[in-house]
Ligand binder design. Structure first.
Ligand SMILES: [Zn+2]
Length: 602
């Protein structure tokens, strides 16, 4: 995989919105010019995680984590930089150049490796070694014919089933590793199998090519119960849907897709004649999934467990499905049931009736919110606040109005008040009207704070970030020199230096770009400034403020020089110093005069 051109990276950075990306993972509330939420990188109860939409920077005042949209995805989804870039490129429909012919050639051996692995697993299931696995499948109501239909296999409790099969097919070990079916030995070379002692489910792309595997433990006490092959160049868990190729035709005919959470669930649905069913592969539904579903059908039926976790999963699935304009229903199983236990006990007709009769998911959410209690005004307001953000995501205006009416009826809250709450939610506003606790910004270690120079440096960075065009007015060297002499300002100098360098080279001077160019305390300072909530000055006022700050720094420098000369005069009685002293006094007067004509001088 080659380097991604800088222009493409910039295009993606401009096209995506950090607030949208973060919102997939963190529930954010607008707070002034920032969005606030609970930090996904450390455990906290009051939000100190800030996202600034204008600057496209996030920063946590609790743990110091921060950066731009690429940094967020890298940390949150454990991706490399190119992976994060490609993932966002897919989101906004930008083609990343190297991903064409060269990449197709590069992925070919991966598909070959997964095909070989699939064949090896199928053979192992039928072999004497697979007896326990066959018994396990029979225990879950699956016949050998079912196993064949769904391509179910068995990864024996050995290290070399796939590794050997790849070798016999002359597939390089490295291709197996890149396909996620084998791993490299830490010493001595060679590869060993990724999945062992597990029933295997082939995960395919829309074209029916095997891209990865899910593995279910067959031995008691074996952890984890489910293990997937890892994320690879062909297996992206954020978009993979188990069962998709088999579901396509039925989905087109019925204009709907049934979404469940596991391999056995999807198989139970298909066995009941609901071919248009898919399962996520070990992740919650993502916007990538939602877009895929929308391309194939108008309606989605969620089939999740009836327990509390299942209810929460429905609400978070709605968050990603509704913005795509999908009609979402929720079928709910009796407590303690899975689709396959339900199918076994009640039969295929009953499972189909359950799916066909699924109620609109939002109506279910409204009913559940109301069931929590709406006796007191507080309870009513909580119920409305919990559902309003979901109603706000419904794209169809008629449907939205109807849902507002239902929510008002269900909670006994005035319809206009509900409508207002939904509108506030649509704007991204704070529905509860609660003011999130303001967390005092913590300053990184070793950075001087509160001194006039530190304040001046902060003002300068703030101004230059808002008005990069003003950078030309700043004499970089003398400025940095006068700051660098003071301990604790090193980070400010690094940051100012980076800004002035970027401006001089004509590169973008925005926080989202700069954050990748500075490190340590300078980076933390930049993140803090990028998410702080202060009014941005207009051009003329910014120019005046900049001149004031520079003049103040210059006065400081001259005062110090003058004091040094006075000291030297006292000690040496050198006459030549008198002339220097006079020159310094003149300059100080000149600077003062210049400053006096500036109306905004402080
Ligand atoms: Zn944090």
């Amino acid at each position: 995989m080659g380097r991604i051109p800088e222009a493409t990276v910039n295009e993606i950075r401009e096209r995506v919105d950090l607030v949208d990306v973060v919102s997939r993972h963190v529930s954010l509330k607008q707070n002034g010019s920032n969005f606030k939420g609970l930090c996904p990188f450390h455990d906290e109860k009051t939000p100190s995680f800030n996202v600034n939409r204008a600057r496209q920077i996030f920063h946590c005042f609790g743990c110091g984590e921060g950066g731009n949209v690429f940094g967020f995805l890298m940390k949150r989804e454990n991706l490399s930089f190119p992976e994060a870039v490609r993932s966002l490129a897919r989101d906004c429909g930008i083609e990343v150049p190297e991903d064409d012919a060269g990449a197709r050639d590069a992925t070919k051996p991966l598909y070959e490796a997964t095909e070989i692995a699939q064949r090896a697993y199928r053979i192992a299931l039928a072999s004497p070694e697979g007896a326990a696995a066959r018994a396990y499948l029979a225990g879950r109501g699956l016949s050998p014919a079912d196993a064949e239909r769904f391509g179910i296999g068995y990864a024996p409790d050995r290290w070399d089933t796939v590794a050997k099969a790849l070798g016999a097919a002359r597939i390089p070990g490295e291709a197996g590793e890149r396909a996620g079916v084998t791993k490299a030995r830490s010493s001595g070379g060679g590869h060993y199998d990724h999945l062992r002692a597990r029933v295997t489910f082939p995960i395919q792309d829309v074209r029916g090519r095997v891209i990865g595997f899910g593995g279910r433990a067959t031995q008691a006490g074996q952890e984890p119960k489910y293990l997937n092959t890892p994320e690879t160049a062909i297996f992206h868990k954020r978009e993979a849907l188990y069962g998709i190729p088999a579901a396509l035709e039925a989905a087109r005919k019925r204009d709907r897709l049934v979404v469940c959470e596991g391999y056995f669930d999807r198989i139970a649905l298909a066995r009941a004649g609901i071919e248009e069913s898919v399962a996520t592969c070990g992740t919650a539904l993502t916007p990538d999934h939602a877009r895929q579903l929308r391309r194939r059908a108008r309606e989605v039926v969620l089939l999740f467990d009836g327990d509390a976790a299942g209810q929460r999963a429905i609400a978070s699935a709605l968050e990603v499905l509704l913005p795509q304009g999908l009609r979402v229903r929720a079928a709910v199983l009796p407590a303690g049931d899975d689709p396959d236990t339900y199918l076994e006990r009640e039969g295929a007709d009953a499972l189909r009736a359950l799916v066909d009769g699924a109620a609109p998911a939002l109506e279910r959410v409204i009913a559940l919110a109301a069931a929590k209690g709406v006796a007191t005004p507080w309870e009513k307001s909580d119920a409305v606040a919990s559902v309003a953000p979901l109603v706000a995501r419904v794209q169809d205006a008629v449907e939205r109005t109807e849902l507002v009416r239902r929510l008002a009826l269900g909670t006994g809250v005035d319809e206009r008040a509900v409508e207002m709450a939904v509108r506030t939610a649509a704007r991204g506003g704070d529905v509860e009207g609660a003011i999130a606790a303001r967390v005092a910004p913590a300053t990184p270690v070793g950075v001087a704070e509160g001194t006039p120079l530190a304040r001046a440096a902060r003002d300068l960075v703030r101004l230059l970030l808002a008005h990069p065009g003003l950078a030309g007015r700043v004499g970089a060297e003398s400025l940095l020199e006068s700051l660098a002499e003071t301990a604790g300002l090193e980070a400010w100098c690094a940051l100012l230096g980076a800004i002035l360098d970027h401006a001089a080279l004509g590169e973008p001077v925005d926080a989202a770009t700069l954050v990748d160019r500075v490190s340590g305390a300078a980076r933390v300072l930049l993140q803090q400034l990028a998410v702080e909530d202060v009014p941005v000055l207009d051009g003329a006022a910014a120019e005046r403020a900049l001149d004031d700050t520079l003049a103040a720094l210059e006065r400081r420098r001259l005062r110090r020089e003058s004091a040094e000369t006075t000291d030297a005069l006292r000690q040496n009685n050198d006459v030549s110093l008198l002339a220097a002293k006079q020159r310094q006094l003149d300059r100080r007067k000149a600077v003062q005069k210049q400053n006096a004509v500036t109306p905004a001088a402080s």
